[in-house]
Design a protein around this ligand. Structure first.
Ligand SMILES: Cc1cc2nc3c(=O)[nH]c(=O)nc-3n(C[C@H](O)[C@H](O)[C@H](O)COP(=O)(O)OP(=O)(O)OC[C@H]3O[C@@H](n4cnc5c(N)ncnc54)[C@H](O)[C@@H]3O)c2cc1C
Ligand code: FES
Length: 280
């Protein structure tokens, strides 16, 4: 006898077991299912989180894919739903549907140089891929993370990124738009670090995973392609408002793609022309 598949439109109840203020207006929540089994996910996928009585929002999974005890999400308060979700304290409940969407195709990059480029909260959807890559370091030629933020205090997961920087085989380059008195690193936009990040590597053998504000992804992907990284080896995670998250309602349609189903992770060679069209 086969068990019926769970209804992808029906939220499961999850309890917040830990909450961490990452920075003002940004919190990470660790969640455990109340009745259901913990769903497995692949780095880059997202869940629809439901603040009871308020509404749902798409939120990337930002925890370790090998940690099956809880599911982690990092949420920035921008509107009613995200504000309600980010303020749920341990013991509180929310609804969760997922995981949905395409993942970062990490495992298909064996032997290549992996370059992660994150802008601001874009580090959240990349974090599961970075944790997986660190765990499987010997599969890859090298690992580099380029990390940008508006200001030093807005660098996400600061202590953890410091820990990654100390790991052998992982290079971390950081940059901020606006420095403060204690900042001794670089000032500017992430694209200014791409030359150093590509460094000695043959660009043909680099696979890049980029996530951040759309303008940052557009310029980063463009500069990587100009430097010789193949367009089919640069992946971006694209955001559009979502409703059903299962490719039915059309809310997230972007050209020929439904971003909930065909994305959010898509290769640059497929999206480059669309990215250049304003307000598509
Ligand atoms: C695949 C996917 C993954 C996502 N992952 C995350 C995540 O990990 N963490 C997270 O916090 N959010 C994430 N988002 C964004 C989140 O789903 C939206 O911000 C959502 O609209 C929040 O709902 P809301 O009701 O709180 O705000 P809304 O009422 O929808 O928006 C309020 C205001 O904020 C603006 N706004 C909406 N989204 C953003 C944004 N991303 N940046 C700046 N301004 C915005 C809107 O234009 C509007 O003016 C993701 C979205 C997608 C599609
Ligand atoms: S959100 Fe409904 S089709 Fe993508």
């Amino acid at each position: 006898m086969t068990l019926p598949l769970p209804d992808p439109m029906l939220p499961m109840r999850f309890r917040v077991v830990e909450r961490f203020d990452e920075q003002p207006g940004v919190a990470s929540l660790a969640l455990v299912p109340v009745e259901d089994a913990m769903p497995l996910f692949r780095p880059g996928q997202f869940n629809m989180l439901y603040a009871f009585g308020i509404g749902e929002a798409a939120i990337s999974i930002s925890g370790d894919p090998h940690e099956h005890g809880w599911m982690v999400h990092t949420i920035r308060e921008v509107g009613a739903v995200s504000r309600a979700l980010a303020r749920i304290h341990p013991g509180g409940m929310l609804g969760l549907r997922g995981p949905f969407g395409a993942h970062w195709p990490l495992r298909r990059q064996s032997g290549r140089h992996l370059l992660f480029v994150a802008g601001g909260l874009g580090l959240a959807p990349l974090r599961p891929a970075i944790l997986q890559a660190l765990r499987e370091k010997t599969r890859y030629a090298s690992l580099t993370l380029v990390c940008g933020a508006r200001a030093p205090e807005q660098m996400l997961y600061r202590d953890e990124v410091d820990g990654w920087a100390r790991q052998p085989g992982m290079d971390v380059l950081r940059i901020v738009d606006h420095a403060n008195a204690g900042w001794t690193g670089r000032v500017g936009v992430v694209t200014t670090l791409l030359g150093a990040a590509l460094g000695p590597h043959d660009p043909e053998s680099v696979s890049a995973f980029v996530c951040g504000p759309e303008i940052m992804m557009r310029f980063t992907a463009r500069d990587l392609a100009i430097a010789g990284v193949p367009g089919g080896r640069i992946w971006l995670s694209l955001e559009r408002n979502m409703k059903c998250a299962i490719g039915r309602c059309g809310r997230c349609q972007w050209g020929p793609d439904f971003l909930c189903r065909d994305g959010p992770v898509l290769p640059y060679d497929r999206v480059a022309r669309r990215l250049a069209i304003k307000e598509l």
